[in-house]
Write a protein that binds this ligand. Structure first.
Ligand code: UVW
Length: 324
């Protein structure tokens, strides 16, 4: 047994029991029926400490527009149809149809991806997910997501950016060594409950693309993201962070390897969500925040996200702010 230096009482990854997927599993560590996962580590004390990081009163919206990702990356997640309904001479209402909560800046709930077919975080069944009895996004919506964010500027670390190599929009596996190098640049160490914010420059890059380039990109979606390996799962678990957020389509290098031979680490969502209970955020608008961090050299901030309280919800818009 490795000594617990985090004060969380949680075992190190190598001391976790093996789960249904064969990877280390955090099921049951926060009690039977838990549907908060590592979000449990955002304790009142950690929340107060995170909010103290708001020193300049500078607020960054981490939400991209709902209709920015058009054409969609995955056929069905098309942008909502937005209609302003006729009202009186002094009033309007609006309505969103075809609303996919994961079509823009978003959060995956613990009901999004299972550890195995029909088996979700904590042993929840598909029926329990569909009925909202387990792992629904409204568990985090009710708790609220408030934590200390640390911005790791992977665009800077890896040299991605306008004219840089590797190019944004290509498959770039980000290794544990890359994350550690980027973290070392910040001069910070992760604390339990923290939110890791990975800036790769994707949202700014996409925003500047013309229609034809967007069409060509969505025909063969690729992005920089976490390398698919057990070493990566171990690293993230042992930090005892509550959430990983990226500014691109997937937190992991895309496309993943979803073959049986590569299971469970080939598609890292399986392990991070299904076994470890880690919250994942994707397509967050991190460009302005990362630019500010480069300018003032401060890479930590308070992060607040209020997922939409959808019963039996699989995902939600991020609805997130960073405050420095
Ligand atoms: C991908 O896995 C690409 O995204 P999501 O987690 O939103 O399904």
């Amino acid at each position: 047994m490795r000594e617990d230096r985090t004060g969380t009482g949680l075992p190190a990854y190598r001391d976790l029991p093996r789960g249904v997927s064969g990877a280390g599993s955090g099921w049951g560590l926060f009690g039977d029926g838990d549907d908060l996962g590592l979000m449990n580590l955002q304790t009142p004390q950690r929340i107060v400490e995170a909010l103290r990081l708001a020193r300049r009163g500078e607020v960054f919206s981490l939400s991209a527009p709902l209709d920015l990702f058009d054409p969609p990356f995955f056929g069905q997640r098309t942008p909502p149809r937005h209609t302003i309904l006729p009202g009186s001479a002094r009033a309007f209402d609006d309505v969103l149809d075809n609303f996919y909560p994961q079509a823009s800046s978003q959060i995956d709930s613990l009901g999004h991806i299972g550890a195995a077919d029909g088996v979700f975080y904590g042993g929840a069944t598909a029926a329990e997910i569909r009925s909202g009895r387990r792992n629904s996004i409204d568990a985090w919506a009710t708790k609220g997501i408030v934590g200390r964010g640390i911005v790791l500027d992977m665009a800077q670390q890896l040299g991605m950016g306008p004219g840089g190599e590797p190019r944004v929009g290509t498959r770039v596996p980000i290794t544990v060594a890359d994350l550690e190098s980027a973290r070392a640049r910040t001069g910070l160490t992760f604390q339990p409950g923290d939110v890791m914010l990975l800036h790769t420059g994707f949202v700014d890059w996409w925003s500047a693309l013309g229609r034809d380039d967007r069409r060509a990109y969505v025909a063969d979606v690729r992005n920089a993201g976490l390398e698919q390996s057990e070493e990566m799962a171990e690293y993230l678990w042992d930090l005892h962070i509550s959430m990983v957020v990226v500014d691109n389509i997937a937190i992991e290098a895309w496309p993943p390897d979803q073959s049986e031979a590569a299971y469970p680490f080939g598609f890292l969502h399986t392990v991070l969500i299904g076994e470890l209970g880690l919250a994942l955020g994707e397509l967050w608008n991190l460009g302005p925040l990362a630019a500010d961090c480069r300018a003032d050299g401060v890479h930590e901030c308070a992060v607040i996200s209020a997922p939409i309280r959808t019963r039996a919800g699989v995902g939600s818009p991020a609805n997130a702010l960073a405050i420095k």
